[in-house]
Design a protein around this ligand. Structure first.
Ligand SMILES: Nc1ncnc2c1ncn2[C@@H]1O[C@H](COP(=O)(O)OP(=O)(O)O)[C@@H](O)[C@H]1O
Ligand SMILES: Nc1ncnc2c1ncn2[C@H]1C[C@H](O)[C@@H](COP(=O)(O)OP(=O)(O)O)O1
Ligand SMILES: [Mg+2]
Length: 196
């Protein structure tokens, strides 16, 4: 069996939401409860930056400005990471991807279709507040007020259309991420349970 055929048996969940909306926080809890594989595009890119490679240096410059890295780079990283887990994973949480409709289309051509899109929704004021706070300890080059504003703008411009695109398919579950973490998770878990 080809590796990509194995991935076809696993559930694919896109986790989409603005910067600081709580995607990573909820994904961690899904991993703990369901044992799904969590792949954050941002984490994969930051790992490449941390490796000190030439490619990492180019990526770092883009991310520091709050811009999107080239589609092929991030899709290849996600695909490789999925293949590495294909044997053991019954489900994949794809966190931070797609960031634009084109990314979703390419993912489906190369990997497969999502069964669910978790739309982690918080108000812009809430996201800014959380990111400024996260910036006190995250060490992330993009958790500063100037870059946060650019990331938010780009989210509304490029990423929100992704939600409309998948709404047409009936796979979007909107999650109110203004609530306390555990309450948000109750709704996330319900969306996943409804998949079965
Ligand atoms: N429901 C919530 N209520 C309060 N704070 C939250 C909530 N969800 C996440 N946070 C905090 O907000 C910040 C951003 O969350 P994170 O999961 O890193 O977001 P994302 O991955 O979407 O950028 C973190 O510091 C996290 O602890
Ligand atoms: N799917 C994707 N396409 C292009 N660039 C991406 C990407 N996912 C992440 N990046 C780059 C640009 C983002 O500003 C940066 C950080 O991403 P992230 O960790 O998902 O941040 P956040 O969820 O806090 O916005 O990495
Ligand atoms: Mg994150």
């Amino acid at each position: 069996m080809f590796l990509l055929d194995k991935i076809k048996d696993a559930k694919i969940i896109f986790v989409v939401g603005g910067p600081g909306s709580g995607k990573g926080t909820q994904c961690e809890k899904v991993v703990a409860k369901y044992g799904y594989t969590h792949l954050s595009s941002g984490d994969l890119l930051r790992a490449e930056v941390a490796s000190g490679s030439e490619r990492g240096k180019t990526l770092q410059a883009i991310m520091q400005k709050g811009e999107l890295v080239p589609l092929d780079t991030v899709l290849d990283m996600i695909k490789d990471a999925m293949i590495a887990k294909a044997d053991v994973s019954k489900g994949f949480l794809i966190d931070g991807y797609p960031r634009e409709v084109k990314q979703g289309e390419e993912f489906e051509k190369k990997i497969g279709a999502p069964s669910l899109l978790l739309y982690i929704d918080a108000k812009p004021e809430t996201m800014v507040k959380r990111l400024v706070k996260r910036g006190e300890t995250s060490g992330r080059a993009d958790d500063n007020e100037e870059t946060i504003k650019k990331r938010l703008d780009l989210y509304y411009k490029a990423t929100e259309p992704v939600i409309a695109f998948y709404s047409g398919r009936g796979i979007v579950r909107k999650i109110d991420s203004e609530l306390p973490v555990d309450e948000v998770f109750t709704h996330v878990a319900k969306a996943i349970d409804d998949l079965k």
